[in-house]
Design a protein around this ligand. Structure first.
Ligand code: ADP
Ligand code: MG
Length: 223
């Protein structure tokens, strides 16, 4: 087995194929990411950063190419295997995507609620909220939390299943610099605390500076 956490080969995704103006959002991408690496995907808007993250997380399917994660070929998985794979990936989005009617605690529990797990969901969720600095805010609704606090709830939620891979799409894009810094501290700390590999998309030069490696995306290609 390779030491790489992620191996992407000749990955392609075209949107609007068959229409007048197809977009090659991912155009023959080869990429290797080591276990525990913190990698930034940067590039102009529309260059294909989100597409690549969605393909890595199996939220979308490529037209061609292969993705291996942790020695498993994601691009050959059947539906049940893909569902299990997605549960082992933590996603963080620019717009947080918390469920507005649920408390912070219930938002963190939500991904594992339908599944059998070998840990106490509420206890784990409380620990995670404490680890992102939100002890005492377990019963708060998202609307009562600042953007930075909501993103920290989203990070706790991404961690509830004990993922080895965290994919974050412009996680500081909607935050002021102070809140963005806190979120970045959490993401960079994940390697030490959870042994996680983190791939994030960002426009922010300051975020890029704190990553191990920068991957430039342009027109669906890596340069
Ligand atoms: P980035 O995250 O770097 O801004 P995206 O991956 O979101 O880039 O988009 C790459 C290209 O693919 C853009 O031209 C975008 O308009 C197009 N695209 C992304 N998602 C879709 C979709 N669901 N349907 C059609 N086109 C899409
Ligand atoms: Mg994007």
């Amino acid at each position: 087995m390779s030491a790489a956490m992620i191996e992407v080969s000749s990955l392609c995704k075209t949107y609007g194929a068959g229409s007048g103006s197809p977009v090659r959002a991912c155009d023959g991408v080869d990429l290797e990411i080591a276990r525990g690496e913190l990698v930034a995907l940067t590039g102009p808007s529309g260059s294909g950063k989100s597409t690549l993250l969605y393909l890595l997380g199996a939220l979308d399917r490529p037209d061609a190419g292969t993705i291996d994660v942790g020695g498993e070929r994601v691009t050959s998985m059947n539906r049940a295997q893909l569902a299990a794979y997605r549960r082992r990936v933590g996603f963080v989005f620019q717009r947080f995507h918390l469920l507005p009617a649920l408390t912070a605690l219930d938002n963190v529990i939500a991904p594992v609620l339908p599944h059998r797990v070998d840990f106490d969901r509420r206890a784990r969720a409380r620990e995670l909220l404490a680890s992102v600095g939100l002890e005492g805010r377990e019963q708060s609704l998202p609307s009562k939390l600042s953007g930075g606090q909501q993103q920290r709830v989203a990070i706790a939620r991404a961690l509830i299943g004990g993922p080895r891979l965290i994919l974050a799409d412009e996680p500081t894009g909607n935050l002021d610099s102070r809140a963005g810094e806190d979120v970045l501290d959490l993401l960079t700390g994940l390697r030490e605390r959870h042994g996680a590999t983190v791939v994030l998309a960002t426009h922010d030069a300051h975020v890029v500076e704190r990553c191990d490696r920068v991957v430039q995306v342009r027109d669906g290609r890596i340069s």
